[in-house]
Design a protein around this ligand. Structure first.
Ligand code: 4NP
Length: 150
């Protein structure tokens, strides 16, 4: 899961997907990263932690890191939150195999629409709940497809 800062959207996506995968027999590594270096080493934004906790998901111990080219070697699927994350991640791709790993996460819900998960960082509490609803829906679809392809 990749966003800009790795403190709002992608750590929430990581936490939600982990909870959903826990309920299956699928064994995968789930992680998140940011394209920017602003928040490296920081825990998720307080508002994201609180929002996730409201839904019984604890992401308080996660720490932000920056996406790097090695992530292409370590992961099979790379879900980005918005079109600018997409360009930033694709700019590090070394070949077509890398490019094929990258998907706009909402294309799993609305195929080929290239919709972005809105960045809640500069907004109010409602923005965080909105992101939760959006990512919860997308992660349900992702978890189902991983479970079926097992
Ligand atoms: P995220 O949100 O990409 O969902 O983690 C943001 C976090 C921090 C900033 C922007 C977006 N920032 O400009 O510091």
């Amino acid at each position: 899961m990749v966003c800009l800062g790795n403190i709002c959207r992608s750590p929430l996506g990581e936490g939600i997907l982990r909870e959903k995968i826990k309920k299956t027999k699928v064994e995968i590594t789930i992680d998140s990263a940011g394209t920017a270096n602003y928040h490296i080493g920081e825990h998720p934004d307080k508002r994201t932690i609180e929002n996730a906790l409201k839904h019984n998901i604890d992401i308080s111990t996660l720490k932000a890191r920056q996406f790097s080219v090695e992530d292409y070697d370590n992961f099979d699927l790379i879900f980005v939150m918005d079109s600018s994350n997409y360009s930033d991640v694709i700019s590090l791709a070394r070949n077509n195999e890398d490019v094929r790993k990258v998907e706009m996460i909402l294309n799993r819900v609305y195929p080929n629409a290239n919709m972005s998960v809105p960045d809640p960082y500069f907004g109010g509490e409602q923005g965080f709940e909105n992101v939760f609803t959006i990512l919860n829906n997308a992660c349900e679809i992702i978890a189902d497809s991983l479970n079926k392809s097992k």
